[in-house]
Design a protein around this ligand. Structure first.
Ligand SMILES: [Mg+2]
Length: 123
């Protein structure tokens, strides 16, 4: 069975890009368009990895990361934040959430699958 990756991003084009890159590598992709849905899908479907956008309406990535990393069903799921935040101090603020890694948008489409594999191995 292929490893599952949950993409949580309110922007459909971002989800499509990540999904294309990772499906090509054989991963199974799940998608959520907001933080609330992402957190509930994570608890239900137990993905191997969550790719989390920060800027989303409603439950944003910061709140979602806190919920994921403190929830008994989700705390051990790897989380990589994928965000366009690039201000000084953002990286520190994001890593302080307890997430496993941080990637700035626009992503490097060649390096991104390497990073994913570093965290969860091949599909
Ligand atoms: Mg967004």
């Amino acid at each position: 069975m292929a490893k599952k990756i949950l993409i949580v991003d309110d922007n459909e084009n971002n989800r499509l890009l990540l999904s294309d890159i990772l499906q090509y590598r054989g991963y199974e992709i799940l998608e959520a368009e907001d933080g609330e849905k992402g957190v509930s899908m994570a608890g239900e479907l137990k993905p191997d990895l969550i790719l989390l956008d920060m800027q989303m309406p409603g439950i944003d990535g910061f709140a979602a990361a806190k919920m994921l990393k403190s929830g008994p069903l989700t705390k051990d799921i790897k989380v990589i934040v994928v965000t366009s935040f690039a201000m000084k101090g953002d990286r520190e603020k994001i890593i302080a959430l307890g997430v496993d890694d941080y990637v700035a948008k626009p992503i490097d489409t060649r390096q991104f699958p390497v990073l994913v594999e570093k965290h969860i191995g091949p599909a």
